[in-house]
Design a protein around this ligand. Structure first.
Ligand SMILES: Cc1cc2nc3c(=O)[nH]c(=O)nc-3n(C[C@H](O)[C@H](O)[C@H](O)COP(=O)(O)O)c2cc1C
Length: 321
């Protein structure tokens, strides 16, 4: 089936522990097709000079501020406004609020998707934020936390304010990442959303993009997640961007470049292996024998062992891209 939209806007969803600034920069150098990026969520912005704001994560010297939106996980209007102010001072035009994180340690505190069952709290929060926010404000959310009807009163609140975009991942928080994204539920929401709507969930191939984009017409913007981590060529494939170079070689070069960049930033510390393993837990799906790939990678704790394993994997196990 042909995709409904030959020229969609594509973004890379944020992944805590994977899609940090080094990842985004190396990814952009190696692959085309991704128009927008989001930082993994920030928390704990208790002061203007909070430590995590001083890192390269939103430093304009190290990021493309035109294509990057910083994300915050918070239910505190003062904190959100402080974050917005700090982002604006660095040149960013927008921030994104995370109302989708499903992890119990977050959701149990009524944060992330855990805020969705509490429209009265959301109403108070949005009233305070929109009193003085002076950058674009977008939201990423799920259908609910306990059930998929929770979104309806929340949409009523969103519709009172000039949100710059709304990204909906049609699962509920309790599901975590299990089951399937509910495209039908997303479709039911489409006529109710007043701002620019973005679809996110389960786009893993050109085929699944074609099916989903057809179903949610005329939505023109899609956030890619695990599908793009597994296959970094996915955005190029969806957009029909032709590159004559060998796909396995491109994948290999990217994995090595990301590792070297991380290693450089970490001053040679084996800590980088944690983040590389996180990526491999998705990337393995692009190889013919994912479990063999994962078994070789997951236990490694020494840099040299990791480097040798990566070379062996690319020599011995065919890539299926
Ligand atoms: C380990 C992990 C970390 C994530 N971190 C974030 C995050 O910081 N902010 C966010 O909005 N979404 C986060 N997500 C959600 C993804 O951005 C995306 O919405 C989700 O994977 C659904 O899209 P997909 O089905 O295309 O993968 C995370 C997901 C995973 C699995």
């Amino acid at each position: 089936m042909d995709s409904a939209n030959p020229n969609p806007i594509l973004s890379l969803g944020p992944f805590q522990g994977i899609t940090d600034a080094p990842f985004r920069n190396v990814f952009r150098q190696h692959f085309k097709g991704v128009d927008k990026y989001y930082t993994p969520f920030f928390t704990g912005i208790q002061k203007d000079h909070a430590k995590n704001l001083q890192t390269e994560e939103i430093d304009p010297a190290y990021n493309d501020i035109c294509t990057l939106t910083p994300q915050i996980l918070s239910t505190d209007a003062a904190e959100i406004l402080r974050f917005a102010h700090q982002c604006k001072a660095r040149g960013y035009k927008a921030i994104n609020l995370n109302m989708g994180c499903p992890f119990p340690r977050v959701a149990n505190k009524k944060r992330g998707s855990g805020l969705l069952p509490y429209p009265e709290k959301v109403a108070v929060l949005f009233e305070k934020v929109f009193e003085s926010i002076d950058v674009d404000f977008s939201v990423k959310c799920r259908l609910g936390y306990f059930n998929a009807d929770e979104i309806y009163p929340i949409l009523d609140i969103f519709n009172r304010y000039p949100l710059s975009e709304l990204i909906i991942h049609p699962r509920i928080g309790k599901q975590l990442y299990k089951g399937e994204a509910d495209v039908e539920a997303f479709k039911r929401l489409m006529p109710l959303v007043k701002t620019h709507l973005v679809y996110n969930g389960d786009i893993v191939s050109k085929g699944s993009f074609a099916t989903i984009s057809q179903a949610v017409q005329p939505v023109d913007e899609f956030m890619l997640g695990r599908g793009l981590l597994a296959n970094p060529l996915l955005a190029e494939d969806i957009k029909g961007i032709v590159n004559e170079r060998n796909r396995t070689e491109r994948l290999h070069e990217y994995v090595v470049a990301l590792y070297e960049d991380r290693l450089h930033h970490a001053g040679g510390s084996p800590k980088v292996l944690g983040r590389m393993k996180e990526l491999w837990s998705y990337l393995m799906n692009s190889f013919e024998e994912p479990q063999t790939v994962w078994r070789r990678i997951k236990k490694l704790n020494a840099l040299k062992e990791y480097e040798d394993a990566v070379e062996d994997i690319f020599k011995e196990i065919p890539v299926m891209l």
